[in-house]
Ligand binder design. Structure first.
Ligand SMILES: [Zn+2]
Length: 696
């Protein structure tokens, strides 16, 4: 995953393209674990009880306890979206009694007829059936004391729109209850049902916030939400006044953190070099910081105070995200091309943004501390909008960061470890960037560190996973050796760091390091995700215009991952892996036909780069079949050697492949890269050898 702020990107956040839910900022295989894309069925409201279950539903569903937990009482008016066979409808009708009312909605007329028949049989008169639309339950306005969906939310074709249209039918403060299978409790539900992160992301997008989650059911969770009181302003970049205002950028950070673990707070100082790349002088510099951080002092590098204002505000285009917006006035306007220094001292508690981006659980804590840009643990130069925040990650910077922790703790960071300073009670770890980068990640815990003899690869495991750390180190070494053998050594390779983070905190990957979630860290079956991450070290950089195609990073890393699987686990495992990628691509086409009809070379236009993980990898698989092992290996290694120092596009790649193959490959590149005929070949489930025959 190489995108700045991976899943934080607004498009992904807003659109329902199915990226890993986990990560504001994550995208790679590792992040999503199960994969980048997830199955989302089209609208089948009536599915209700997950198939293959049923039977003694009362025993595992505990309906009366559920109704207690969500507060269903006599006299209430309740709107049920996707009432299906009416299992909950009738139980709620009984509970609210004749003075209450149930609106039972479904888009399936047959389901509604059956509820009507059931009501008649039971002599219940206070159930009103409502035929709804895919994106609108068509409930009366301001009528409901509570709205509920049971095993419905994951099947909504337009969850955000539906919730937005449901919202006006709720009375003020009325809860929205979503009862869903929890994939954590039932692994067989993975892929079909949404996990908590995804539910919270979609509901927050629609203007709801989480009140609490009830987890007492053996298979399900009950999410209780309410409208967050502020309707989302339409996100129209064309009228954003910030759009045309060029901002300067931070070109270097010098950070000093003191982690006060017992107090769950930090004290920090950030000295930033701010460069004005715009054509106009700039006098006010905006910074974003975590909402609970207090800026204590702002100076230039000579210690001269700079006037500043700080206010906690909501993002203008993402109102659930609160930040401390700090505006600093420079002593004189910063001319175009010039650099100024700004030093910010701040302190405060860090508790992440779990209510907005479930994985952002960054905190200062005796068990595990995590500081990332995702939580604004250090100042990001941007206006208070998601758009501006994401844009801030486009430019690289260098850094030096010192983090002081109590003795006994170890600080991990993706940068180069340059110094350890010890006192009787504290240890300070100093890291520097290897080269310009776009993010800084700092973790502190009582890590057990395992490293290889050359100290090139280091694994930071939480203490109970020390053994796993050794296994991970071996897998990393093995894949490094494999890729080096195939494609040559990575020039000026500085080393690689693998840092274990608690489950659910969102994996990340950047240059030369990953933060890997505990589950992936412990699960031998997921070792191959590490092969993918390590393969990124062999990436070339794409030209900026086509970078969002994700082809030259993710298609390559995903196919290399396959090659490593073949090497370490055998042909059958490789086939399985490639078939899984194909199936994931086909599912993404089913969700949205444009995933199939958009050529790989156009993915950037519509943020469809997720398909590079799947179809992109297949395009390399087919090329491999067409040219054979020997040519493929020398073609890829020559390509990487030749283009590592430069940025590439698809033409460069085609030209190189043709040179290596000694013939034109127009049809292959037309059907797979600049056109989309290849999608049909995948739909037909032809094997790669068969497909390759077209191009011989
Ligand atoms: Zn990746």
């Amino acid at each position: 995953m190489r995108s700045p702020i991976s899943s934080a990107s607004r498009q992904r956040y807003r659109s329902r393209t199915i990226f890993s839910p986990v990560v504001l900022f994550l995208l790679c295989g590792i992040v999503s674990g199960a994969g980048v894309s997830r199955t989302v069925d089209s609208v089948v409201f009536a599915c209700q009880v997950p198939s293959g279950e049923g039977g003694d539903r009362d025993s595992w569903q505990q309906p009366e306890k559920v109704l207690d937990a969500i507060g269903v009482k006599p006299g209430m008016t309740i709107g049920e979206v996707g009432a299906g066979n009416g299992y909950f409808t009738f139980k709620m009708a009984r509970r609210v009694g004749p003075t209450g009312l149930i609106y039972a909605n479904d888009i399936d007329q047959a389901a509604l007829r059956s509820i009507e028949a059931g009501a008649k049989k039971r002599k219940i008169e206070h159930i009103v059936t409502v035929g709804g639309e895919v994106d609108n339950p068509l409930f009366p306005p301001a009528a409901m004391d509570l709205a509920i969906m049971v095993y419905v939310f994951h099947d909504l074709a337009k969850p955000v729109e539906l919730l937005q249209n449901l919202l006006p039918s709720l009375k003020p403060n009325a809860p929205l209850v979503i009862l869903e299978r929890d994939p954590e409790k039932m692994p067989s539900a993975k892929g079909h049902f949404y996990d908590k992160d995804r539910i919270l992301k979609l509901t927050s997008e629609a203007g709801f916030e989480l009140v609490r989650v009830e987890t007492f059911l053996p298979r399900d969770n009950i999410y209780i939400l309410r409208a967050n009181g502020v309707s989302s302003p339409p996100a129209d970049p064309s009228d954003g006044h910030q759009k045309d205002k060029a901002l300067p950028a931070v070109s270097r950070y010098e950070l000093r953190f003191t982690l006060l673990l017992k107090e769950n707070r930090l004290k920090a100082e950030s000295l930033m070099k701010v460069r004005n790349d715009s054509r106009e002088p700039v006098s006010e510099i905006p910074f974003l910081l975590y909402r609970l951080f207090d800026v204590l002092e702002v100076t230039d590098d000579m210690g001269i105070a700079l006037p500043f204002k700080q206010t906690v505000v909501k993002f203008s285009d993402e109102n659930s995200l609160q930040v401390n917006f700090v505006s600093v006035r420079l002593s004189e306007p910063l001319a175009p091309g010039k650099t100024a220094a700004v030093r910010l001292k701040y302190a405060g508690a860090l508790w992440g943004y779990p209510e907005v981006m479930a994985y952002v659980r960054d905190r200062i804590d005796e068990n595990y501390s995590l500081l990332r840009p995702d939580s604004l643990a250090y100042p990001v130069l941007a206006e208070a909008s998601f758009q501006s925040f994401v844009a801030a990650f486009r430019l690289g910077f260098t850094y030096q960061v010192q983090t002081e922790v109590p003795a006994g703790y170890v600080v991990a960071c993706g940068g180069k470890h340059v110094e350890t300073k010890r006192t009787a009670n504290t240890t300070a770890f100093v890291f520097e960037s290897y080269r310009p980068t776009w993010r800084i990640d700092i973790a502190a815990a009582k890590f057990k560190v395992t490293e290889d003899a050359g100290r090139k690869i280091r694994v930071f495991a939480i203490p109970e996973d020390e053994g796993e750390g050794r296994r991970i180190l071996e897998a990393a070494q093995k894949s490094f050796r494999f890729y080096s053998g195939l494609f040559g050594e990575v020039g000026d390779f500085p080393g690689y760091v693998i840092i274990e983070i608690p489950e659910g905190w969102g994996s990340q990957a950047s240059d030369f390091y990953i933060l890997q979630s505990a589950a992936a860290f412990r699960d031998k079956g997921r070792t191959s995700e590490l092969y993918h991450e390590i393969a990124h070290n062999w990436n070339v950089r794409a030209k900026p215009a086509i970078q969002r195609c994700r082809y030259f990073d993710e298609a390559f890393a995903s196919y290399f991952q396959g090659l490593a699987i073949r090497e370490f686990e055998g042909e059958e495992a490789f086939e399985k892996y490639m078939n899984r990628l194909r199936d994931r691509f086909l599912q993404s086409c089913e969700r949205d036909g444009k995933n199939g009809s958009t050529p790989i070379a156009d993915y950037w236009r519509e943020e469809r780069g997720e398909n590079s993980y799947t179809k992109g990898a297949w395009s390399l698989f087919v090329l491999h079949q067409v040219v054979g092992d020997t040519v493929f290996q020398s073609l890829i290694s020559d390509f990487l050697r030749e283009f590592r120092p430069r940025e590439v596009d698809f033409k460069d790649f085609q030209g190189f492949a043709e040179k290596a193959a000694g013939r034109k490959l127009d049809r292959l590149f037309t059907e797979w890269i600049s056109g989309a005929e290849s999608s049909q070949l995948l739909r037909d489930k032809l094997d790669a050898g068969k497909i390759a025959e077209r191009y011989r």
